[in-house]
Ligand binder design. Structure first.
Ligand code: LLP
Length: 404
């Protein structure tokens, strides 16, 4: 992977911002979006960026300005998407537990459609729409019972997970929506999971979903949108898999259906575009283990602790000498607090910067203030030599601001 974090520029940034700080490359994000657009040019789909991957307004705005829509899963994300300037008619709302207030917000904002995930939710949406004297455009999230062969916490398209509804029940949901004055069934949706490294699971899902769409057609229900979710693979330390691989597989299946295609990429657009810069505080040994203790911790980047994710580590300055093996841990009082384990590096000096790579997705957006650590700052590289602070580092005052 090309180095998108030039040492000189990063050093200048860190002098101003301090550490820990998330740094994202706008060029890389746009390169990823363009790769999707190019690969899918025949189908001209709507790419609804999954805001949960990185919901910073500047990142979202960049994608909105370049023709992406947004996939949101909470009222908060909808608020962020609207603030970032996404056209409401390019926003879709997914998730298993939307409240009445969130559904009402989405309807009043005029979003494209709501992905519903249970019969009770559909009925609740009907009541909300009736109260607003509106007709809610809906899509049903199918659980096609397909294993995407990924981490179990990010597997969503299997029966037994909380997501979506099985085909049999989905047919009832569509019939209910079709008969209602306050609902209009316009789409169908599935999302199989995340970090999927083959087009096969999508292909399998599309084959059964296509059959179901045809059956709906014979029930007199004609849909407009086919939303195949996100999840396209990008491994830590690598670029995303070529989206042409996905387009080549799903294209022929989708074309024959004549529906407008929607994708919900999150990670693949932003993961490789981001790094978390942390500073070496101390080196220590514990038995046979060598530790580098940094000022960044699991509250800043929880993926290594939570999913066993292996983010590559790159020292900003290469020290001479033989490499040794290190665990890189933060100051949080938990043995699970590590950013990387068993990585090979020349021993860094105190104060040396380490870049934790592939941290543009589910990094800051999953961060917390655990151990009362103010959340990190965020920076966007805007050109080869230019950058912008896009979120200030939180302060101690921020930690207590809402407390009474
Ligand atoms: N659409 C829906 C309905 C989703 O639930 C998700 C992710 C996406 C799209 C985007 O998937 P992506 O393209 O980013 O794979 N925190 C985990 C990932 C959780 C993904 C949840 N849903 C991680 O850090 O690996």
């Amino acid at each position: 992977m090309k180095n998108i974090f030039p040492g000189g520029l990063i050093e200048r940034i860190l002098k101003k911002t301090g550490t820990p700080v998330y740094i994202y490359s706008s060029e890389k994000i746009l390169e990823n979006l363009e790769a999707y657009k190019r690969s899918f040019s025949d189908l001209n789909p709507l790419f609804c960026y999954a805001m949960k991957a990185n919901s910073n307004g500047a990142v979202a705005r960049l994608l909105a300005q370049n023709g992406a829509g947004a996939d949101v899963v909470s009222g908060g994300e909808l608020h962020r998407a609207l603030c970032a300037g996404f056209d409401p008619r390019t926003i879709i709302f997914s998730g298993v537990g939307k409240t009445d207030e969130e559904m009402s917000y989405a309807l009043r904002a005029g979003i494209l459609f709501i992905n519903v995930e249970s019969f009770e939710e559909l009925k609740a949406l009907e009541r909300v729409a009736a109260r607003l004297k509106m007709r809610a455009e809906v899509s049903v999230r199918i659980n096609p019972d397909i294993d995407p062969h990924t981490h179990k916490f990010i597997t969503t398209g299997k029966i037994g997970t909380k997501f979506g509804v099985a085909f049999k029940e989905a047919r009832e949901l569509y019939a209910f929506a079709h008969a209602s004055r306050h609902l209009a069934p316009v789409g169908i949706h599935f999302h199989l999971g995340s970090q999927i490294d083959s087009p096969k699971p999508y292909e399998k899902a599309l084959v059964v979903v296509a059959k179901f769409i045809r059956r709906l057609g014979t029930d007199g229900i004609k849909l407009k949108y086919l939303d195949i979710g996100g999840g396209w693979g990008v491994r830590e330390g690598f670029d995303m898999l070529p989206p042409a691989l996905l387009a080549g597989t799903v294209g022929p299946l989708v074309e024959s259906l004549g529906l407008a295609l929607i994708l919900e990429p999150g990670r693949s657009l932003v993961a490789a575009a981001g790094a978390l810069a942390v500073k070496t505080l101390y080196r220590k040994k514990s038995g046979l283990k060598n530790y580098i203790i940094t000022d960044g911790a699991m509250n800043d980047l929880i993926r290594p602790a939570f999913y066993g994710a292996k983010h590559p580590v790159r020292p900003l300055v290469k020290r001479p000498g033989k490499a040794a093996r290190f665990d890189i841990a933060g100051p949080v009082c938990e043995s699970g607090d590590f950013l990387a384990q068993d990585v090979s590096l020349p021993t860094p000096s105190r104060g040396d910067i380490l870049l934790i790579l592939s941290a543009g997705a589910y990094g800051f957006s999953m961060s917390s203030q655990y151990n009362s650590r103010p959340r990190a700052a965020e920076v966007l590289l805007t050109g080869t030599n230019s950058w912008r602070l896009i979120r200030e580092r939180e302060t101690y005052q921020d930690l207590t601001a809402k407390e009474k």
